[in-house]
Design a protein around this ligand. Structure first.
Ligand code: NDP
Length: 310
């Protein structure tokens, strides 16, 4: 059994920033890196909107910079996946790979969220080579090109509008005969001459030589008027929702209907004293690295206060 003051779960911008602050507060944090070292950001090709990198930065380098920055002040890293927690006791208990047990005065959950994918084979083939789940992150690479956005909710409409500001043309691939998004978002999409909404279409596969160059769609699958359609595209953006990686904590920490951890207003405090949440696992709205980093800092500051109060 390992006893620590502050345990951080997750190695995205929220986790690493929490580690920088916690280690500089002399909490000697241990950070469990989880299944995706560096977090969601590492699924993109280049980061251009994180302050401090005027020429852009390769995501793995940026995350490695953060990691080394926290290491410099004493953060210890554990590679592995948290498989079980018990927040009903104090100190809190956390198990890595079921075997290694940690006891921590404070825990910072920074497990992020994962974009939902359709589950078709070619999405994996072209991941990072035309397939993206974040228009704000990757849209810039498709200036004056043609892209498709999948989904009919507010995120899809927002992303389609954003991309229409950069791209030559934007298709929206919507499986229903209507958009689910709020009225105002629908109107923006429907009134944008650069956006063509393909209702009742589903993606069958992506095509292209080494990168996305097209998509095969099916119209009204299973109906008498079912038809195939091919569109030429350079980018394929998923906007069919995200799911926060919070299942593990559900018996202890309050979450909303979608699974996002509920925090106390503007602070990273959860309903469990000494357990804090930072980054996308508690943020259904912004989902940006810089926002996650800011909330990681807040979580470490609150963890420090909590530990000093014990
Ligand atoms: P939503 O769950 O609202 O919408 C997901 C969309 O993706 C739906 O159109 C859904 O289709 C479609 N979809 C899901 N699975 C598939 C699939 N396998 N194949 C094809 N299409 C699929 O998610 P959002 O991320 O859009 O929004 C999440 C929440 O955040 C919502 O409450 C939303 O209102 C809010 N939000 C608000 C914003 C704002 O106010 N500015 C901006 C962004 C989000 P179907 O309709 O058929 O189920």
């Amino acid at each position: 059994m390992n006893k620590v003051k502050c345990l951080i779960i997750g190695s995205g911008p929220a986790g690493y920033t929490a580690a920088i602050y916690a280690s500089r507060a002399n909490l000697q944090p241990v950070l469990i890196e989880g299944p995706q070292l560096g977090g969601q950001l590492t699924t993109t090709t280049e980061v251009e909107n994180f302050p401090g990198y005027p020429d852009g930065v390769e995501p793995f380098r940026m995350m490695d910079d953060m990691k080394r920055q926290a290491e410099r002040f004493g953060t210890k890293y554990v590679s592995g996946i948290v498989t079980k927690v018990d927040f009903s006791v104090s100190p809190k208990k956390v198990w890595v790979e079921d075997t290694e047990e940690y006891e921590a005065d404070a825990v910072i959950i920074a497990t992020g969220a994962s974009a939902k994918y359709l589950g078709i084979e070619s999405e994996r083939t072209y991941k990072g080579r035309g397939v993206s789940a974040c228009a704000t992150c990757d849209g810039f690479f498709y200036r004056k090109k043609t892209v498709a956005v999948v989904g009919g909710g507010d995120t899809a409409c927002e992303e389609a509008n954003y991309l229409a500001g950069l791209c030559e043309k934007v298709y929206m691939i919507v499986r229903k005969p209507y958009l689910r998004a709020s009225e105002i978002m629908q109107q923006r999409v429907l009134n944008n001459p650069k956006i063509e909404v393909l209702f009742e279409h589903n993606t069958v596969q992506l095509t292209g030589e080494g990168k996305v160059q097209g998509a095969d769609l099916v119209y009204r699958k299973g109906e008498p008027d079912e038809a195939m359609k091919h569109i030429a595209i350079d980018g394929f953006f998923l906007a069919i929702g995200h799911h926060p990686n919070t299942e593990l904590f559900k018996d202890f920490v309050n979450r909303d209907a979608e699974g996002y951890i509920l925090v106390d207003g503007d602070s990273p405090k959860t309903n469990v004293p000494g357990v804090f949440a930072a980054g996308d696992c508690a943020d259904p709205h912004y989902r940006q690295a810089i926002v996650a980093a800011g909330s990681g800092a807040k979580a470490a500051i609150e963890a420090d206060k909590y530990i000093k109060s014990l």
